[in-house]
Design a protein around this ligand. Structure first.
Ligand SMILES: [Zn+2]
Length: 639
């Protein structure tokens, strides 16, 4: 394949010293109150993004312009008459099929599946746009057990009128509880004047990052991340180093560069394989695509403003070149990285000489830039990121922090850096989803799951009795989505889990699915340990175990009831459990099982439908206070 035929784009990030300032944002705004947003917007909805088209060209008064169009599925109209179930929302900026793009910093950007609270107005071309553009678009972010409505104002500059005149500062916003904000908007939209009770704090970078909680990956405008595909097939990526050597580092920095390549290779759960491939005289670097992966020392072509030891500045610039088309890895689309380059700034001699350990500083600098070339963004410290001040210690420790630590650490990966490359490169398969277990006979249970992995070599099924420990039941070939487990004990509850396996390791287990084998169809014969309920249809037995290892079966107390039973474990006057089997067919076409136990000992309650042989087994682990169980879908055979 000719490289010239590939549409490519490059993505670079600056690595700075602490004295430098970030790039200027392109959008400015004056804050609009939530009350004004509701009152001035003809439409407010909760909607989910179901499709994105980034190449919509519209003919306007001043010629053609490029838009991104989102198809929104309306989940809940909050204000105004929503014309149908689907809406189209357009925002300026986008991308043409030949790879040309227009990005407007500060515009909201959504991905398929995103849920948002949107204040909308007609755009004059048959679609809608958010009121006040980014100010009218709140994305739902979930984390820490709650959902928060978030507006991305990081790329915008807030302009405020104060007594002293106009001030400008980076955008910041208060966090809103998503559901409370939705209720408030609906009430205000309907004419009520409720208190604004939905604020839960400032859009503090630390709080937001705790919610999102991880490393930053480079991402294209389409939302897809970037990765090399070469490592997947045991390939490697060769790197050349500029022949002048790094100013200020004795030996020219070649040893330090090789150490920083090795730092990423050493990440054990990824197949990253960067190789040192000798020196080059090429200065193409980031300016000309040449297919060579090169670290160009001292910025010989002056693409950066020279570093100043007095005021700080940019140390280096690095990143990947990648294809605009996407390819799939692990079921996700990624842009293929085809080349990468690093340029260190001119004038760094004084920086390395002033460092407590110039060699370690060079390793950190090179290692950081190599992280960008693998597809990682800045963990924190970017003015446009969500933790510009590196308040979260996990991100502050990262090699991918936007500001060099220069504390003799060298090219040391932190947990956040590792997690980032693991997401991009780990070949451990994704776990199976939605495992279900269904009894087929007195000795067989059928399993079915969804294969969420594309790179598994097989599956491992584990099973246990409800009170047992997991052991392997079977192994299966890749792409399997079900199995019949046989040789089981009748009328017994089992738990199952499935992992996807590969050479690189096994996935985490699927959900645990439980089912009980059928019982032979036979009439219920009551005795002191067997309770027959509901016209002798349901047979109830209970076994128990205490922490000394002693086991036993429950004895029932004679009570004048056909639907309910009372059981003791240890002594006849120490009642432990009450059980009911009720005919709920008139209500929901099921027989119900309810029980409560005043105990924290281990027990298994087994209920058999003697008409069908269906079995339900309920297990309480040792030491855990028994919950109240109200199983209204216990048995589906009616009457
Ligand atoms: Zn950087």
């Amino acid at each position: 394949m000719s490289m010239q035929s590939i549409s490519r784009r490059a993505l670079f990030a600056l690595f700075l010293t602490a004295a430098a300032t970030g790039p200027l944002a392109a959008t400015s705004y004056v804050q609009v109150s939530d009350e004004a947003l509701v009152d001035a917007s003809p439409l407010a909805v909760v909607a989910r993004v179901t499709a994105v088209d980034r190449g919509v060209v519209l003919e306007g008064e001043r010629g053609k312009s490029l838009f991104t169009e989102y198809v929104l599925e309306v989940e809940e109209p909050l204000k105004g008459d929503v014309p149908g179930h689907l809406l189209r929302m357009r925002l300026p900026g986008g991308e043409t099929p030949d790879g040309l793009g227009l990005k407007i910093y500060g515009m909201p950007s959504f991905r398929i599946g995103d849920r948002a609270l949107l204040f909308l107005e007609p755009d004059g071309h048959g679609a809608f746009r958010p009121a006040h553009l980014f100010l009218g678009a709140f994305r739902e972010v979930r984390g820490g057990g709650r959902a928060v409505a978030v507006r991305n104002l990081h790329e915008a500059t807030e302009v405020r009128q104060t007594a002293d005149g106009v001030t400008t500062e980076p955008g910041n916003d208060r966090l809103r509880d998503f559901d409370a904000f939705v209720r408030w908007v609906a009430a205000r939209g309907a004419g009520a004047r409720p208190e604004a009770d939905y604020f839960i704090g400032y859009l503090d970078s630390q709080l937001l990052r705790q919610m999102i909680g991880k490393y930053v990956l480079f991402e294209d405008d389409d939302g897809a991340n970037l990765r090399w595909f070469d490592f997947d097939t045991a390939g490697n990526v060769p790197w050349k180093a500029f022949s002048t050597g790094q100013q200020g580092v004795s030996g020219g920095g070649y040893a330090e560069f090789q150490a920083s390549l090795q730092a990423w290779n050493a990440e054990a759960s990824t197949p990253i394989d960067y190789r040192y491939d000798g020196k080059t005289d090429s200065t193409n670097g980031l300016e000309v695509y040449d297919g060579l992966n090169t670290i160009v020392f001292n910025d010989p072509t002056h693409i950066l403003p020279a570093f100043s030891c007095a005021s700080g500045g940019v140390l280096a610039l690095g990143g990947p070149w990648y294809q605009t088309a996407t390819e799939t890895f692990g079921g996700r689309p990624f842009h293929r990285i085809v080349n990468a380059d690093i340029i260190t700034n001119s004038g760094l001699g004084c920086f390395f000489q002033a460092s407590p350990d110039g060699s370690a500083a060079a390793k950190e600098l090179f290692g950081h830039e190599l992280g960008h070339t693998l597809g990682l963004g800045h963990a924190c410290g970017d003015s446009s990121g969500s933790d510009p001040n590196c308040l979260n210690p996990a991100f502050d420790e990262a090699l991918m922090r936007a500001f060099i630590h220069d504390d003799q650490r060298g090219a040391r990966l932190a947990a956040d850096d590792r997690a980032g490359v693991q997401e991009l490169y780990s070949q451990v398969p994704a776990p199976p989803l939605h495992l279900k277990a269904t009894a087929k006979s007195t000795t067989e249970i059928e399993l079915a799951w969804e294969d969420a992995a594309t790179n598994e070599t097989g599956f491992r099924i584990e099973y246990k009795t409800l009170d047992g420990t997991y052991a392997e039941a079977a192994t299966l070939a890749a792409n399997s989505t079900g199995a019949l487990i046989s040789g089981l004990t009748p009328a017994t509850g089992y738990a199952f889990r499935v992992t996807a396996t590969a050479d690189a390791g096994a996935s985490s287990p699927s959900n645990e699915a439980t089912a009980a084998t059928l019982a032979p169809v036979a009439a219920c014969v009551a005795d002191s340990h067997t309770l027959c309920l509901n016209g002798n249809r349901f047979k109830v037995t209970v076994s128990w175990k205490i922490n000394t290892g002693q086991t036993g079966v429950a004895t029932h107390v004679a009570v004048p009831s056909d639907d309910s039973g009372l059981l003791w474990f240890f002594t006849a006057d120490n009642w432990e459990m009450m059980v009911k089997a009720l005919d709920g067919c008139a209500v929901n076409q099921h027989h119900w099982v309810f029980f409560v136990a005043l105990t924290d000992v281990q027990y298994t309650l087994t209920v058999v439908d003697t008409r069908t042989g269906q079995v339900k087994a309920y297990f309480n682990p040792l030491g855990q206070p028994s919950p109240l169980v109200t199983d209204t879908s216990a048995f589906a055979t009616c009457p």
